[in-house]
Design a protein. Structure first.
Lengths: 393, 56
């Protein structure tokens, strides 16, 4: 072997005796042209959608999901292929990404993600990689096509205008708000399973008669202790007083106000304040069997008559906590985290109690909050609004 | 004498051809691919420490 290399070096290091300079340079030049052409062709071939979906993890999962979205089919007839969004366009990052893909080739060869279940289990992690990349490069791959300067705000819906103008001003990264625009979101970003468990953890057990507790989430109410007939729903973070404790059921009293126009199904925490305490079924709301009616007052601002009621209903034993502090802490964290992604979040006491629901509901489509968390955060905001804040605003 | 020289010339000629073809067809293309691949890996590893590619 050493002898071979020595012999090779002897020939290479000396001017050639038999091959002309013209032949050598011509041969080298041609070989170079062919190599570079071949290299680029290989690069192009691995940058096509056909190549991407040649493995099952892609073709059976994300590719199918893409076909439901506007990036697949739309009125302008332009569509995005896999590499448009997922392979950097500048050369250095592209080559680095191609090398990273060795990991994906490995995974494809050894079938690490060969079933839908395995893919779903991995989706969160895989999505996070892409989100990190998009966050770091300010959604460069989106902006290769979408340009803030070319957006016609006047033909956007009013709600979109407000958001997009603010985003354009700061050249915001698209992925901040548009996660899940081309593929399904990871499961726990949709359902409340993750947060539900967290909320349930805050619940205490063993309730004393006559004591007051707060619901950790939205809970069903029933007419009697068999828990057979639903009577309505108790909202999150709502105060109840325990009247009786059976094995699986507890009887609770809810002190609330309701508007006596219509059936009066919705319960509110305080007079003239739209802080939702839950709702009653029509039968229960119309019946006198489940509630004691108190004073009636007219809210001068709206002209609506309000009535104090004390509702006695049954619910499942559990999901109550002694104080709202832990619930508020959780709500505040969620509010800070979710609502600062697209804009500077307003202070809790920037709006009054009855303004918050409209503001909050208008923003819901931009975040991934489940129903329980929504209810909790809204109640947190209302209870910390300017009506309850000592600071003058 | 001239016959030996002829034979010697013949072997060096084939050796030069073989070496030339080996270099242009195999060695340099492989080295180039390794070099570019190595560069790609280096950038990837740097990204692991310094975060994903930014904009600019």
């Amino acid at each position: 072997m050493i002898k071979f290399i020595k012999c090779f070096w002897q020939i290479v290091s000396k001017p050639s005796v038999h091959l002309s300079l013209g032949l050598l340079s011509m041969g080298g030049f041609l070989a170079g042209v062919i190599f570079w052409g071949g290299f680029n062709t290989a690069l192009e071939v691995t940058n096509t959608e056909e190549f991407c979906i040649s493995c099952h993890a892609m073709s059976d999962n994300v590719y199918v999901e893409l076909q439901e979205t506007v990036h697949w089919k739309n009125h302008s007839g332009v569509r995005a292929t896999c590499p448009d969004c997922h392979v950097p366009h500048n050369w250095t990052n592209k080559i680095a990404r191609k090398m990273q893909a060795s990991k994906e080739v490995w995974s494809a060869v050894f079938g690490n993600i060969d079933t839908r279940e395995k893919f779903l289990a991995k989706r969160g992690e895989l999505a996070q990689h892409e989100w990190d990349r998009f966050s770091a490069n300010n959604s460069l791959e989106c902006k290769n096509c979408h340009n803030y300067n070319s957006m016609d705000f006047s033909i956007m819906s009013e709600r979109a205008q407000v958001q997009m103008k603010m985003a354009a001003e700061r050249d915001q990264s698209c992925i901040d708000c548009h996660k899940g625009i081309a593929h399904n979101l990871p499961e726990n970003m949709h359902s409340g399973e993750g947060t539900l468990a967290k909320l349930e953890e805050m619940a205490t057990s063993g309730y004393d008669q006559g004591q007051s507790y707060y619901s950790v989430r939205q809970l069903p109410l029933f007419t009697d202790k068999t828990l057979a007939t639903e009577a309505g729903q108790l909202n999150a973070a709502t105060k109840v007083t325990i009247l009786a404790v059976e094995d699986n059921a507890i009887q609770v009293e809810i002190d609330a106000w309701r508007k006596t126009k219509g059936f009066g199904r919705v319960m509110f925490e305080d007079f003239a304040m739209n802080i939702n305490d839950g709702f009653l079924s029509k039968e229960v709301a119309l019946s006198d069997d489940y509630m004691d009616k108190g004073e009636s007052k007219i809210d001068e601002l709206t002209g609506l008559p309000w009535q104090k009621v004390s509702v006695k209903l049954w619910m499942r034993n559990g999901s109550l906590t002694e104080s709202r502090d832990t619930l508020w802490t959780f709500a505040k964290t969620t509010f800070d985290k979710s609502c600062s992604v697209c804009h500077t979040q307003p202070a809790e006491n920037h709006f009054d109690t009855n303004t918050w629901p409209g503001m909050f509901n208008g923003m819901l489509s931009f975040v991934n909050l489940d129903g329980d968390t929504q209810a909790l955060v809204l109640k947190y905001l209302q209870k910390h609004s300017s009506d309850f804040s000592d600071e003058a605003h | 004498m001239s016959e030996i020289k002829n034979e010697y010339e013949q072997t060096t000629r084939t050796r030069e051809w073989k070496t030339f073809l080996f270099i242009t067809v195999c060695l340099f293309p492989i080295l180039s691919v390794l070099l570019i691949g190595g560069y790609g890996f280096t950038v990837w590893f740097l990204q692991m420490f310094m975060g994903p590619p930014g904009h600019g």
